[in-house]
Design a protein around this ligand. Structure first.
Ligand code: 5W5
Length: 263
């Protein structure tokens, strides 16, 4: 930059705000979801605070990201189902206790590998119009680049950390692993068990982790929970692909003793 970086920067920021009609640095640029049209969405909470997203994959199981447990030191999450607003009373909205939290054994704090978490609810969730299971992709084939998929969450909507009360959603095109892995982007850290979507203008951010990437009505990926910059087009959003983990998921669900439905 020239001799007067500060004035140039200020002008850029002001012009950016005028041109886009948005405060610069607004991350999600998503929109509020229509209430309860994503009845599989879960909010993972600690002490009543939203920490991560997740989604219902069976009556008593929620899938999320292993990194979500990073700062919970052994505490179990509570799982909010049937919600649009985190605070307002809503029909069918209910907080469930968790019986077991099972991170993928390959997950670790240093990278995004095997970043999956299974949560067994204390009881089977009551399925209704606002609480439904999302089907998982079981065929291990890459989603074609440019396919437009959907992601939703209660994660932050600005660089200043603004927390939305209601579920927000975004459409994002898938980008090739090759592009995502460029040295200028994620520099070969994206494995074949991961996929990426464009982070140009619209992006997921802190607190959206654990939510599903839905393509054609099927969960293809889980938003990874390693910390990253949001809304930078050189740092695409990374997801754990679900199909390579179908056997692990099935094994965990089968091994846990079935819960008896409430009489
Ligand atoms: C997370 C988190 C959180 C991430 C939620 C992704 C909050 C990892 C738990 C540990 C404060 C970008 C924290 C407030 C991290 N994690 C969870 C609300 N939750 C990203 N990791 C990303 O509530 O920190 O989110 O891009 F979200 F409402 F603010 O994720 C896609 C920066 C840091």
């Amino acid at each position: 930059m020239g001799q007067h970086p500060a004035p140039v920067l200020i002008l850029t920021v002001l012009l950016g705000a005028v041109v886009t009609g948005q405060p610069r640095g607004r991350i999600l640029r998503g929109s509020e979801a229509k209430p309860h049209l994503r009845p599989y969405m879960a909010s993972l909470q600690l002490d009543g605070q939203h920490v991560c997203g997740g989604f219902l994959i069976a009556e008593q199981w929620v899938l999320s990201a292993a990194h979500c447990t990073e700062e919970t030191d052994g505490q179990l999450f509570q799982v909010l189902l049937g919600a649009h607003s985190l605070t307002k009373p809503e029909p069918h909205k209910r907080l469930y206790r968790v019986r077991a939290q099972i991170p993928h054994p390959g997950s670790n704090i240093h990278n995004n590998e095997d970043d999956l978490l299974l949560l067994q609810l204390e009881e089977k969730a009551e399925l209704n119009q606002h609480v439904q299971v999302l089907p998982l992709q079981r065929q291990d084939r890459d989603v074609q680049p440019d396919t437009v998929c959907e992601v939703a969450g209660w994660g932050t909507t600005s660089h200043s950390g603004r927390r939305p009360d209601t579920l927000q959603e975004l459409q994002r095109p898938v980008i090739s692993r090759e592009l995502c892995n460029r040295r200028t982007h994620h520099d070969h850290s994206v494995t074949r068990n991961m996929m990426c979507t464009s982070s140009h203008r619209k992006d997921t951010c802190k607190g959206d982790s654990g939510g599903p990437l839905v393509c054609g009505g099927v969960a293809e990926g889980v938003v990874t929970a390693g910390s990253r910059v949001c809304g930078n087009q050189h740092k695409p959003a990374i997801y754990t692909r679900i199909a390579p983990y179908a056997a692990w998921i099935d094994g965990v669900l089968a091994s846990a003793p079935a819960l008896t439905a409430a009489p």
